[in-house]
Design a protein around this ligand. Structure first.
Ligand code: C5P
Length: 211
């Protein structure tokens, strides 16, 4: 079974997917982390975001641990500059093609919750459950601001808000696999919800889909 959770940056996709996976006994695949890893790998090689000859990438995913050529990069990919770089590299057709195959292979291996931007529209258009998780920009920026502070990457709130809005605009406006709600996705607006309430709202969608 595949559960697709898409939505803009900072809506709470990561935390909610993680909790849902624990509650349902599913594996969780953070597809944004893959785009971040690829951006990091290509930047280290000195490649620009639109370079045609990207990859191959030696990526291994084990739960929340992500390695590149054997090096644990789980923390390095969370640096703020990697967020916008990931969005830049995510426009590159060769990057998307490479990661499409990897996401499908990992998702098909077992019951999986995948969170990202194009899971319900492109990666798994036949997903059993599709959720579009969203929230007002200020609520998303606030969440991201707290997250960055907790990770030691504190930034002024207005910078975090501007970065989130610029990234959404780029992710929604790109030519290939833009961020949008799949027609058959159920929208959950988490602006006014705490994490547990948002998890419950998503669980209700899953239960309804399972019948
Ligand atoms: O979710 P996260 O903020 O980690 O994603 C980083 C970037 O990766 C996004 O801004 C987006 O450009 C890209 N991405 C994507 N498709 C996905 C997941 C992430 O294009 N399925």
């Amino acid at each position: 079974m595949i559960i697709a959770i898409d939505g803009p940056a900072g809506a709470g996709k990561s935390t909610i997917s993680q909790r849902l996976a624990e509650r349902l006994g599913f594996t969780r695949l953070d597809t944004g982390a893959l785009y971040r890893a690829v951006a990091l790998a290509e930047m280290r090689k000195g490649n620009a975001a639109d370079a045609p000859d990207v990859g191959p990438w030696n990526l291994e995913v084990e739960g929340d641990r992500l390695t590149l050529d054997g090096e644990d990069i789980s923390q390095a990919i969370r640096a703020p500059e990697i967020s916008s770089a990931a969005s830049d590299f995510a426009k590159n057709p060769a990057v998307r093609a490479g990661l499409l195959a990897l996401q499908r292979r990992l998702g098909r291996a077992r019951d999986t919750i995948l969170d990202g931007r194009d899971i319900g529209t492109v990666v798994f258009p036949d997903a059993d459950v599709k959720i579009y998780l969203t929230a007002q920009p200020e609520a998303r920026a606030h969440r991201r601001w707290l997250e960055l502070e907790a990770r030691g990457h504190a930034q002024p709130f207005r910078i975090v808000l501007a970065e989130i809005m610029a990234r959404d605009k780029q992710d929604m406006g790109r030519a290939i696999a833009p961020l949008r709600r799949a027609e058959d996705a159920v929208e959950v607006d988490a602006s006014e919800l705490g994490i547990e309430e948002a998890v419950e709202a998503c669980l209700a969608v899953v239960r309804q889909a399972r019948g």
